[in-house]
Ligand binder design. Structure first.
Ligand code: CA
Length: 227
C-alpha cells in the first residue's frame, strides 16, 4: 500500500514515515500544499495523510483540489488543537477521517488498517454488506442472520450512503445533499429523525452494526466488539 504524507513539520513527518515503512507501507513525503496536490494528483496513492496547516496551500484546499479532479483515495486529515471548524470543513470537503495532533503512531496504524480493510467488504451482486448485515437496495430489504426488515426509501438511501462511506464519518451536510439534493429546505433534524428510525430497525435485527453519532461531525457505522 502506497501512502502520501503531506506534513511540513519535517522531523515529525520523518519519524512517522519511519514507523509506517517498518509496517510495510511505502511512503512518499512532501512538505507543502503545492507538492501535496501535485503528488496526490498522480493518482497512485492508496491513502493520503494530510496536515491542515501547510505552507503555500492549506490542507483543505489540497483536499478540494484532489476531489475536484476525481482523486478518490481516502484522506486522513491531521488537525491541531482548536481546529474543530477545519475538521468539519474537511469532512464536508471530502476527507474520510481525521486524527487530532498529537497522536500515537499506533492510532494512525489502526486507522490505516481500517481504511485498507474496508475496500474488500463492499458490493457483491448488488448486495451491500457491512459487518453482519446485508442490504439489497433493489428490494429495500435488510438482512441479519435469519431476520429481515423492510426499509423506507429514505432509510435505505441513508444506509446505502453509510455503507458506501465504509466506516468513515459522514457529515449531516453530505447526508442532506445525498438524500434531498442541493436545493432543499431539509435540516439537521430531518437527518436525525431518519437516523433514529434506521437505527431502530438495525437494532431490531440484533445486528452487531451500530450507527454512532460523532458530535459535531456526523455519523459512522461501527461494528460492536465481542458480537
Ligand atoms: Ca503543519
Amino acid at each position: 500500500m502506497r501512502i502520501l504524507m503531506v506534513e511540513d513539520e519535517k522531523y515529525i513527518a520523518e519519524a512517522i514515515a519511519q514507523v509506517l515503512r517498518k509496517n510495510n507501507y511505502s511512503v512518499d513525503l512532501v512538505y507543502d500544499g503545492n507538492d501535496g496536490l501535485d503528488f496526490g494528483l498522480t493518482g497512485i496513492y492508496d491513502i493520503i495523510i494530510l496536515d491542515i496547516m501547510l505552507p503555500k496551500m492549506n490542507g483543505i484546499e489540497v483536499l478540494k483540489g484532489l476531489r475536484k479532479n476525481g482523486i478518490e483515495a481516502p484522506v486522513i486529515l491531521l488537525t491541531a488543537r482548536g481546529e474543530t471548524e477545519d475538521k468539519v470543513n474537511g469532512l464536508d470537503s471530502g476527507a474520510d477521517d481525521y486524527l487530532p495532533k498529537p497522536f500515537h503512531t499506533d492510532e494512525l496504524l489502526a486507522r490505516l488498517r481500517a481504511l485498507g480493510r474496508r475496500k474488500s467488504e463492499l458490493i457483491n451482486d448488488g448486495i451491500l454488506k457491512y459487518g453482519d448485515i446485508a442490504f439489497n437496495p433493489q428490494t429495500l430489504l435488510i438482512f441479519c442472520g435469519n431476520k429481515e426488515s423492510k426499509l423506507t426509501l429514505k432509510e435505505s438511501q441513508l444506509l446505502e450512503l453509510l455503507i458506501k462511506r465504509n466506516g468513515m464519518i459522514t457529515s449531516k451536510e453530505l447526508i442532506i445533499k445525498k438524500l434531498w439534493g442541493y436545493d432543499t429546505e431539509a435540516e439537521d433534524n430531518h437527518v436525525e429523525i431518519h437516523v433514529s428510525l434506521l437505527r431502530k430497525k438495525v437494532n431490531h435485527l440484533e445486528s452487531q452494526v451500530a450507527i454512532n453519532a460523532i458530535r459535531g461531525a456526523g455519523y459512522v457505522l461501527k461494528i460492536k466488539e465481542g458480537d
